[in-house]
Ligand binder design. Structure first.
Ligand SMILES: C[S@@+](CC[C@H](N)C(=O)[O-])C[C@H]1O[C@@H](n2cnc3c(N)ncnc32)[C@H](O)[C@@H]1O
Length: 294
């Protein structure tokens, strides 16, 4: 799982619902009228930092999976219109242009869109890719699209709450039977052990500067386990087979379906300390099918 900056995340309760029809005064191509909420401002500001994009692009499993899926669907994408929801630096839009897209609408509300436009220009793709700087909910384009590509996955798959924006774009612009990339996503959970972390945060209190501080143990346990913890754990720390918590069909999922995710499950392990999550996305179409697990 990539380590995006925690402060950049919208809270789970801040799920972005489709915005009401925006009041737009004839924007120029590539300039989107704004209906930013305050909570969105910090989120989009975080995405203007180069570090977060460097980290995402250097995540080879992620970037290769998208590139492979786009090229795998090149026969479908060729001469078609694509929308890249949350284009960041424009990398997925450029893959789509290389796959033969006739037109790519690359949309991002963060100031990174300014750099994306320069990247597109430097690669001589400005006639194919139009970078729109603004929220996709505020976008005004007057054509339907054949393909929507988006890298919307956050911690616990849904924590970033960006999928609502992709659903909005799908329902507004995707042609019937059009291609969603990715098409399916699955959230798994499995019990894990993390002995190093336990020792660092809990066992630490047993003796501090030679003082018996084990009275702190109950509070340390309470505080350590009440907040989710974002870490990469080695495979050997996973204590059982993962359980499927949520399967998402990106072609049909609704915002309402994502408001609450519930799953009944049971695991048994004598070593379990906490539950870890793992997500998988599948790039699948009626034209061809293929599964890429991250
Ligand atoms: C996870 S990053 C992916 C960036 C790029 N597609 C990539 O793969 O490297 C998500 C991007 O979506 C943008 N974004 C999130 N919600 C958006 C919305 N409602 N409208 C426009 N852009 C959005 C963020 O600013 C961010 O740059």
């Amino acid at each position: 799982m990539r380590d995006k900056y925690a402060h950049s995340r919208r809270s789970p309760s801040g799920f972005v619902l489709p915005a009401p029809p925006p009041v737009v005064v004839a924007p120029k191509e590539g300039v989107v009228a704004s209906s930013f909420l305050d909570q969105d401002r910090a989120y989009f500001h975080a995405y203007s930092h180069v570090g977060i994009h460097e980290e995402m692009i250097k995540d080879r499993a992620r970037t290769d999976a998208y590139r492979d899926a786009i090229f795998f669907h090149a026969d479908y994408i060729r001469d078609k219109v694509v929308m890249d929801v949350g284009c960041g630096t424009g990398i997925l839009s450029i893959f789509c242009a290389y796959a033969g897209a006739r037109k790519v609408h690359a949309v991002d509300a963060s100031a990174i869109a300014v750099q994306a436009r320069e990247v597109v220009k430097a690669n001589n793709l400005s006639d194919v890719i139009t970078v729109h700087h603004g929220r996709v909910e505020d976008l005004q384009i007057f054509e339907e699209v054949d393909v929507i590509v988006s890298e919307w996955m956050g911690y616990m798959l849904l924590y970033e709450s960006m999928l609502g924006s992709v659903i909005y774009a799908r329902d507004r612009w995707l042609k019937p039977g059009g291609l969603m990339l990715p098409s399916f996503a699955t959230l798994y959970m499995a019990p894990i052990t993390n002995a190093e972390k336990y020792s660092e945060c809990i066992d630490f209190w047993r003796s501090v500067y030679g003082i018996d501080m084990s009275a702190m143990l109950p509070l340390a346990k309470q505080c350590s386990f009440e907040e989710p913890c974002i870490e990469t754990v080695p495979a050997e720390s996973v204590l059982s087979w993962p359980i499927v918590i949520k399967q998402i069909d990106c072609n049909t999922v609704t915002v309402r379906e994502l408001e609450t995710v519930k799953a009944d499950f049971s695991v048994s392990s004598i070593m379990m300390e906490s539950l870890g999550d793992r997500s998988e996305r599948r790039f699948h179409s009626q034209q061809a099918s293929r599964s890429l697990a991250l």
